[in-house]
Design a protein around this ligand. Sequence first.
Ligand code: ZN
Length: 247
Amino acid sequence: MKGEGKPRTFKNEDKEFEEKIEEEEEDIETTEEEIETTDEVIEATEEEVEQVEQPVEIVQEEKEKMVLPGELIGTSEEFIPKKGTFEEKGNIYATATGYVKTNPKERSISVEPVTNTPPKLAVGDIVIGQVTDLKESVALVEIAGIKGRGERAIVNSEGAAIHVSNVKDAYVKDLSYEFAPFDIVKGRVLDLRNMRLSTVNKELGVMKAYCGNCRTVLKRENDKLKCPNCKRTETRKMSSDYGTGII
Ligand code: ZN
């Protein structure tokens, strides 16, 4: 680099001097760049160390993260959706009750269904389920788990129903103001023959609800639910545990 400047002759010596200084400054910059490169190498080594430790931690997290059908588990920017999931508008949802598995190598996410033997339901059990449909006088619910027996969640559960008279301690004019498909609800088993559930109690009712317009999880605002994305307001027969994740 320095050699290039030499053959050129400058009448103005000051100019030549200035150029030399510039060249020297360039040299310094190069040296700094080299130092930075060396730092990067060190960082990369640290990352590698983390990667070696990670798999053990991930396995532990997966064990704890149980999801229900329809639950948001990630985005398509983060993961490639695999079995037990579906993608909609860039979001990845679970299609099964089970444990979230991620594969950092493939950047994939899947839900491994719970395969334990279903426990027997009893009258008075508090169950967690998902609203699958609304009829004129009943909300149909697919039971996914029993409170206090989370590890033995039900896989192929028969449907249950919440009759309009068992929703809350007040007259229900229209069920669509209380429940909507995809809602996660907590209810008490009233009878096993007809699989009737009740949500008459402040702890019982909707635990998690999705916006009817954009499917974003609704946020509680006093006695209403608001979509943080499209600002739509909805109502539900909410559980006092709405949004807390407490079952
Ligand atoms: Zn919305």
